[in-house]
Design a protein around this ligand. Structure first.
Ligand code: BLA
Length: 380
């Protein structure tokens, strides 16, 4: 997000506040709820989207916090933000899909409830970069849609959740929770995917934000080891195709490629719940050090830049929603502190299929795209 986009959040915030009395039906129940309307004209956006000098990370963070306090005070609730796009969805965008199609919706639902019950001062943050509202997008023709939610709480500077539904082709639940920067702690990362209802990929980790050993995830790994030990299917190792496992990934990462859907409810779901709970326990039991804020924000920024540069989903989003939307989505929503590298790494390959037959947990394995026919090769 550019500094000038922060300035745009003020009118966006006012739009949320001013219009939140408007009543509209929800998609799911028909119960009227307050749905905000955005009233910033595109002419205004264009006028305001001019280059201004970059602000440093701490100033940006403080400005963001102040704006959040102004606009979130009377903002919409988490449930209202969720209901704006009919979430939690009960059926797929693809009518061909029959039963139990939204495989990972229980992850979304459980996390929402857990946050509501356990996070302090949980508030919705608009999914907006001043130009585009990222809360929802769909490609009706290709039968794919994405929904996003962003929030903040006393424990976490940024909480974001994504559900991607492309019928039996692809289901994804993705979430990242960044601790308050006065806490020098790993980020909680979740990336859970399913392709063709046959090939599954799951990663849940306390992702280190720096790489010197005493600040790395190592000090927290003893909390995760006993959990990981219980789940034999989740002890796999990632490939080096997209990421480097020594950077921003811990030794206690839950990682699995599998083809037995049973594993989702039997192992992945309880393991995910334990990691989320343990992360909150860690955040709660760690003393804040305000003098660390600048350093930790810089580390979270490095994490964002690393992740944005390597995100294998960029190609998929470009194929479904257009290259510009995909680029802005990755840099301004998913990894919103990331630096855009001029002439940086090429966009990642679209993902295409499942893992090689017979792939077993516990071994480094090639990406799902290896050897599989290309699924998303057309421009939108
Ligand atoms: C891999 N993640 C992938 C792949 C895709 C996504 C398409 C490649 C699958 C393949 O062909 O092998 C999907 N990434 C997404 C989506 C979003 C995204 C849909 O950011 C956003 C909505 N990725 C993360 C986070 C973690 C993560 C937070 O975004 C950490 C928990 C990990 N994803 C991760 C890893 C791989 C991966 C480690 C590579 C697995 C491997 O190479 O073996």
């Amino acid at each position: 997000m550019k500094p000038q986009h922060l300035l745009l959040l003020a009118p966006v915030a006012c739009a949320y506040t001013l219009h939140h009395q408007q009543r509209h039906p929800t998609f799911t129940t028909g119960t009227p709820i307050n749905v905000p309307r955005r009233s910033v004209s595109s002419a205004n956006l264009l006028r305001m989207d001019t280059e201004v000098p970059s602000l440093d990370t701490v100033t940006t963070y403080n400005l963001e916090k102040t704006l959040k306090n102004i606009r979130l005070h009377k903002g919409i609730s988490l449930r209202q933000a969720e209901a704006q796009h009919g979430m939690p969805w009960k059926s797929s965008i693809d009518p061909k899909v029959k039963d139990e199609e939204l495989l990972y919706m229980p992850f979304w639902e459980w996390q929402m409830q857990f946050m509501e019950e356990n996070f302090t001062n949980l508030k919705v943050v608009p999914c907006h970069n001043g130009k585009t509202d990222f809360s929802y997008n769909a490609n009706e023709k290709k039968k794919a849609r994405i929904v996003n939610l962003c929030a903040t709480s006393d424990e976490y500077r940024k909480i974001r959740m994504t559900y991607y539904d492309a019928g039996d082709n692809t289901q994804v639940f993705n979430a990242v929770l960044y601790p308050d920067p006065a806490l020098n702690l790993p980020v909680l990362g979740v990336d859970i995917l399913c392709f063709n209802r046959k090939k599954y990929l799951a990663i849940v980790d306390f992702q280190p934000i720096h790489d010197n050993e005493e600040d790395h995830a190592a000090p927290y790994e003893h909390l995760l080891k006993p959990i990981k030990e219980k789940y034999d299917s989740l002890k796999g190792r990632m490939s080096s195709k997209f990421y480097d496992e020594t950077q921003h990934f811990s030794q206690q990462m839950l990682f699995a490629r599998f083809d037995d859907e049973e594993i989702v409810s039997r192992e992945l779901f309880p393991a995910f719940q334990s990691y989320v709970k343990t992360h909150l326990d860690l955040v709660r039991s760690t003393e804040r050090r305000p003098e660390d804020v600048k350093f930790v924000l810089e580390c979270q920024k490095d994490y964002d830049t690393y992740s944005a540069d390597r995100d294998p989903a960029t190609g998929l989003f470009a194929a479904m929603f257009g290259a510009e939307w995909a680029d802005d989505f990755v840099h301004d929503f998913l990894f919103s502190m990331s630096e855009r590298t001029e002439g940086g790494p090429p966009p990642s390959m679209p993902f295409m299929g499942g893992p090689p037959p017979g792939a077993a947990a516990g071994q480094p394995q090639p990406p799902l795209s290896a050897g599989a026919p290309q699924m998303h090769s057309h421009k939108p």
